[in-house]
Design a protein around this ligand. Sequence first.
Ligand code: NAD
Length: 308
Amino acid sequence: MAARRLDGTAVAARIREELAPKAAAFAARHGRPPGLGVVLAGSSAASEIYVRNKLKTVAEAGCKAALFRLDESASLDEALATVRSLNADDTIDGILVQSPLPAGMGKGAEQQVFDAVDPAKDVDGFHAINAGLLVQKRATLVACTPLGCIELLEREAIPIAGRHAVVIGRSDIVGKPMALLLLHRDATVTICHSRTTDLPAMARQADILVAAIGRPGFVTKAFVKPGATVIDVGINRLDTADDVARFFAEGSAKRRQFAEKGSVLIGDVHPEVEEVAGALTPVPGGVGPLTIAMVLRNTIAAAEARAQ
Ligand code: NAD
């Protein structure tokens, strides 16, 4: 039987509807809307799309959404100066620095820029203070992608407490905070990564399997216990006919899409997993829209916390 499709687009739309009145109430109380400042350095096509979607979502909910562009050739000092000016701007409650920063800023630049963000405005939840507060289960601002995954599980009434959750991927941005959020909801959590021995066997123990790896179609049926819930965080682009043919059958919607557009998106989960999983997030239309809805939620949460 085909897995239940966990429709992130629909859930994110409901969340945005719930948040818009909160933004309006904040504006009425404080004489200004919650404000988000996004720093975008360089001109990666993918980053442009992510940033545009975040700004549009936040603006449509009645918040201020401002873009601060830096050239591809901008220095680390310029990026740090932009962040500091946003830290000092009282109309900005949330700061988001779009990753990746241009390679020319040097190794470790991203960490330095994230560290420079005022923790009270850190709507990405990447600052060490917010990461630490998350460990202690008292964070106001939590990384948007894992927060969105949890929101989806809860709104789709998928039980977490007492279940075995396996997270593949241990990045600071997705894997680690995901594991902590599941732990805080009383799941038994296993974190797997590139050095895990017999990964398929580990993953097959999962009632909830989260794939945050960055490798197209990596999680096959062999990784999935029948009936498990599978959350596919990966976003990978396929842009050759051979790659598309490796994953998608002749006559499928993705093949048609490739013929029209020249590329298609695929997650970290192989399409065949649909045959065994109990529930599955699509890519696109699964975790992505939730991530963006959580940027809005965190912007309003930061505004409210700062106003107190
Ligand atoms: P990352 O590269 O920082 O981390 C990848 C993790 O996967 C690492 O911890 C690594 O140990 C693990 N890994 C790599 N190869 C592996 C292997 N062969 N076996 C087991 N584990 C392996 O990536 P990230 O920032 O955590 O992002 C992961 C994916 O999620 C990417 O595809 C990214 O595009 C996507 N992403 C999506 C959203 C969204 O909104 N949907 C947001 C952020 C990231």
